[in-house]
Design a protein around this ligand. Sequence first.
Ligand SMILES: *[C@@H]1O[C@H](CO)[C@@H](O)[C@H](O)[C@H]1NC(C)=O
Ligand SMILES: *[C@H]1O[C@@H](CO)[C@H](O)[C@@H](O)[C@@H]1NC(C)=O
Length: 307
Amino acid sequence: MISAPFTVAALSLLGSATAQTQYTSTHTAAVAAARATALTLSPTSNIAGRTFDRFVQIWLENVDYIDAIADPNLAWLATQGISLTNYIARTHPSQPNYIAVAGGTRHGITDNNVHRLDASIKSVVDLLDAGAISWSIYQEDMPYSGFQGPSYNSGSYVRKHNPLASFDSVTGSVTRSAKCKNFTMFERDLANNKLPQWMFLTPNMDNSGHDTSVTYAGKWARNFITPLLSDSKFNIPRTLVMLTFDEGSYNRDNQVYAVLLGSAVPSNKKGTTNSTSYGHYSVLKTVELNWNLGNLGQNDVSANAFF
Ligand SMILES: *[C@@H]1O[C@H](CO)[C@@H](O)[C@H](O)[C@H]1NC(C)=O
Ligand SMILES: *[C@H]1O[C@@H](CO)[C@H](O)[C@@H](O)[C@@H]1NC(C)=O
């Protein structure tokens, strides 16, 4: 179970009393020390879902639907799955969209600043844990599992794009923090056949398109996802992958590209479109119905599910 050197010091560093006051230093020595002790967990499970047995979200940044679907690589990916042509992001700027998909509401957050949501506030991982569905998030360029700082590596990792970092119910838990990992751990978990049933991937600020362009993000997404779709350790039977954007530009209606990929998409649905009204709360609702997890009592309750 425990795949990293694990000491009592690591436990106390992440104890709930010190949630979000430890593990934030980006100084070289502090990072090296934390890397050596931070608990990392790679749980797996095998609970059959109604429509899929594995769910993977990959979020890109800040492009309107019409510009994303005009990109050749994103357009090609759309032909490999079901394109949701009426998917509206929740709000602007980035962070409340990530909070929304994890929490079923923005919890009043309207900016990209560091926020801490009280430990009593639940997120999707409370539902997953109660249902014994293994989960992990993978944040590219995060220095080690459970890092809580606002950014790292000259801002290529940012907390505002981390869906769970604002929830004290996650950061105050040693075992939950140990499942907030980086892309090194994604590659390792993939190679070791240790990917969970639910995962969320955030590419870094270049690969997500935030600091680059839709062309850059489209190339990255196609190059990253295509080999995964033919990897039997990733695209296991009944795998659903959703590629989307956190938000559009400020100039339009916040409609974003959203495509469903993976082995859970029936072959006769590949290359089709679906114009049902969806958004970030639909993602929660879909996962809740799939594994019969109940709900968070927020906007997830009334959202349309994908299936
Ligand atoms: C990713 O996280 C692991 C586990 O904490 C750590 O050992 C590794 O050095 C990190 N990778 C990078 C590139 O920072
Ligand atoms: C989208 O369309 C609606 C209405 O026809 C169906 O009920 C959904 O099952 C369908 N969903 C997907 C992912 O294609």
